[in-house]
Design a protein around this ligand. Structure first.
Ligand SMILES: *Cc1c(COP(=O)(O)O)cnc(C)c1O
Length: 449
C-alpha cells in the first residue's frame, strides 16, 4: 500500500457516502492503475470492478479506443462555452444519440452529471406546461425507493429515506406511488400471478392530482440505488398508458440502466416504450469523463421556440455543458458497441449470471435472486420464510464489502442487497472467477449468524 498517500488522503479529503471514522480501520485503497475489469493497487493486488466503478464503466478500464479519442480531442481544444458556440464532437454525439434513442426523440440538451440530467428534464417539463398557458403543473409523480440523484431537486423526487429524510424540509412537493418491488410486493401478490396491482396505486394519485402533475419520473425496469429492484416491462408499459390517459409527461431516468446494462441499449426498449424525456449519464462516456444528457421530442422543443420577448427561452446551463473531450469519449464508446458487438456479449453475461444465481439461490440466507442483462442481485435475509432482514447494526453489507476486498472483489452491497453491476466487457473466465470468489464469501456461514 502507498501509506504516504493514505495518510494525506485522510488528512485532506472527505469521501462521498462514507462515514470517515470507518477509515481509521479501513482506509481508502489507493489505485495505481486499472485495466479491463481489474483495478490494481500499489502492491500489485487487483480487485475485480464488479460494480463498474459506481455503475458507469461500460467497455472496461484503459480501453485504447476511448483513450485515443480523448487524446485527439485534447490536442484540438479542451473546452469552449456552449452558448453561441458549438463544435464537431457535440454535433456528432447528438446525431448519434438521436439515432440510438427511441424514434420520437429528436433533441439533445447537454449537462454534466445524472442528477442534473434529471433536474433539466423536470424544469423542461414544467416550463412546457407554462409555455402552453398551464401554470398549475408544478409537481411530479415518482416511485417509492426510486433514486434520481443527490441534489435537492433530484432528492425531492427520490424515495430512499436513509439518504434523504433529514433534508425533507427543503424538498418541493411530489407524489410517490408504491414501487413494483416484486419480492416485497406492497400488495402481497406473487410475480407469477399478479395483475400489476402496483399500477392502481399510481392511477389513484393521477385520478386525484393529474392537474397538478407535470410528469411521471421513474427508472425503467431497474431501480438501482433503491435496492436493485427489477420489475417487469408490462409495468413500464402500464405507466406509459397512464401518462397518456392522464395527459402528463413520461420522464425516464436511464442514468443507471442506459447504455447496454440491461441487455438493450436503453432499458425502455424492453417495453417498447417511447418516453417524452430521457435522462442519461453514468455509462454515456463508458465512465471515462463526466457528462449528462437530457433528450426530448420535437413537440416539447417547439413550445420553447418563439420570439425572444415571449420569454420562452430555457434558462438553464452549466459551465461544462457539452464538454468536447467528454463528447469525444462518448462517441468512441458508442462506436465500440458496434465494433465489439457489446450487446451480444451482454446476452451471454445475462445467461452466465442466471446460472450463477440459480446455484446460490438455495443457500439459507439468499431470500431472492433477480437479474437483467449485466446486473445480478442476491437479496440476503435472516429468515427466508418471513423475509425478515438482518439487524442493521450488524452491518452485513459492510462485512461483505470487507471480505470481498480480501478476495480481490470490489462488491459494494446496498444494505443486505449484494449485486453485480458488471462492465459489459467482462470475459467468461473473469466472470467465473468473480462467481467463485463471491460464492466463497456466501458460504462463510459465520458472517450470517
Ligand atoms: C446515479 C444516478 C443518478 C445521479 O447521477 P449522478 O451523476 O450521481 O448525479 C440519477 N439517477 C439514477 C437512476 C442514478 O443511478
Amino acid at each position: 500500500m502507498n501509506n504516504e498517500l493514505i495518510k494525506k488522503d485522510l488528512k485532506y479529503i472527505w469521501h462521498p457516502y462514507t462515514q470517515m471514522k470507518d477509515c481509521e480501520e479501513a482506509p481508502p485503497i489507493p489505485i495505481e492503475r486499472a485495466d479491463g475489469v481489474k483495478l490494481y493497487d500499489y502492491d500489485g493486488n487487483f480487485y475485480y470492478d464488479t460494480i463498474s466503478s459506481w455503475w458507469c464503466n461500460v467497455h472496461g478500464h484503459n480501453h485504447p479506443t476511448i483513450k485515443k479519442a480523448i487524446k485527439e480531442q485534447l490536442d484540438a481544444f479542451e473546452h469552449v462555452l456552449f452558448a453561441g458556440f458549438t463544435h464537431k464532437p457535440a454535433v456528432e454525439l447528438a446525431e448519434r444519440l438521436i439515432s440510438i434513442t427511441p424514434k420520437n426523440i429528436t433533441r439533445v440538451f447537454y449537462s454534466d452529471n445524472g442528477s442534473t440530467a434529471v433536474e433539466v428534464a423536470m424544469k423542461m417539463s414544467m416550463q412546457y406546461w407554462q409555455n402552453n398557458g398551464d401554470e398549475k403543473r408544478t409537481s411530479f409523480l415518482s416511485l417509492d425507493r426510486g433514486y434520481h440523484g443527490d441534489t435537492i431537486g433530484a432528492m425531492s423526487v427520490s424515495g430512499v429515506d436513509l439518504f434523504n429524510n433529514r433534508f425533507e424540509s427543503l424538498f418541493f412537493k411530489s407524489f410517490k406511488a408504491p414501487s413494483p418491488y416484486c419480492y416485497r410486493c406492497p400488495f402481497e401478490k406473487e410475480k407469477e400471478s399478479c395483475s400489476l396491482e402496483c399500477l392502481t396505486g399510481m392511477e389513484g394519485i393521477l385520478k386525484e392530482h393529474a392537474g397538478d402533475i407535470a410528469g411521471i419520473l421513474l427508472e425503467p425496469l431497474l431501480m438501482a440505488a433503491g435496492g436493485m429492484i427489477i420489475y417487469p416491462p408490462e409495468y413500464l408499459k402500464g405507466v406509459r398508458d397512464l401518462s397518456n390517459k392522464y395527459g402528463v409527461h413520461l420522464i425516464l431516468d436511464e442514468v443507471a440502466a442506459g447504455f447496454g446494462r440491461t441487455g438493450k441499449m436503453f432499458a425502455c426498449e424492453h417495453a417498447d416504450v417511447e418516453p417524452d424525456f430521457m435522462c442519461l449519464s453514468k455509462g454515456i462516456t463508458s465512465g471515462y469523463l463526466p457528462m449528462g444528457v437530457t433528450v426530448t421530442t420535437e413537440e416539447i422543443f417547439k413550445t420553447f421556440y418563439d420570439d425572444y420577448d415571449k420569454l420562452k427561452t430555457f434558462y438553464h446551463g452549466h459551465t461544462f455543458t457539452g464538454n468536447p473531450v467528454a463528447c469525444a469519449a462518448a462517441i468512441a464508446s458508442i462506436d465500440l458497441f458496434e465494433k465489439e458487438h457489446t450487446l451480444d456479449r451482454v446476452v451471454e453475461i445475462d445467461a452466465e449470471l442466471k446460472d450463477f444465481l440459480k446455484s446460490v439461490q438455495d443457500l439459507p440466507m439468499v431470500g431472492d435472486v433477480r437479474s437483467i442483462g449485466a446486473v445480478g442481485v442476491m437479496e440476503l435475509v435472516k429468515d427466508k420464510n418471513t423475509k425478515a432482514s438482518f439487524e442493521s447494526k450488524k452491518r452485513l453489507g459492510y462485512e461483505i464489502y470487507s471480505r470481498g476486498l480480501k478476495k480481490g472483489l470490489l462488491l459494494r452491497p446496498l444494505g443486505d442487497i449484494v449485486y453485480f453491476f458488471l462492465p459489459l466487457s467482462v470475459k467468461k473466465g473473469e466472470l467465473d472467477d468473480i462467481f467463485n470468489r463471491t460464492r466463497e464469501i456466501l458460504e462463510t456461514s459465520s458472517i450470517f449468524l
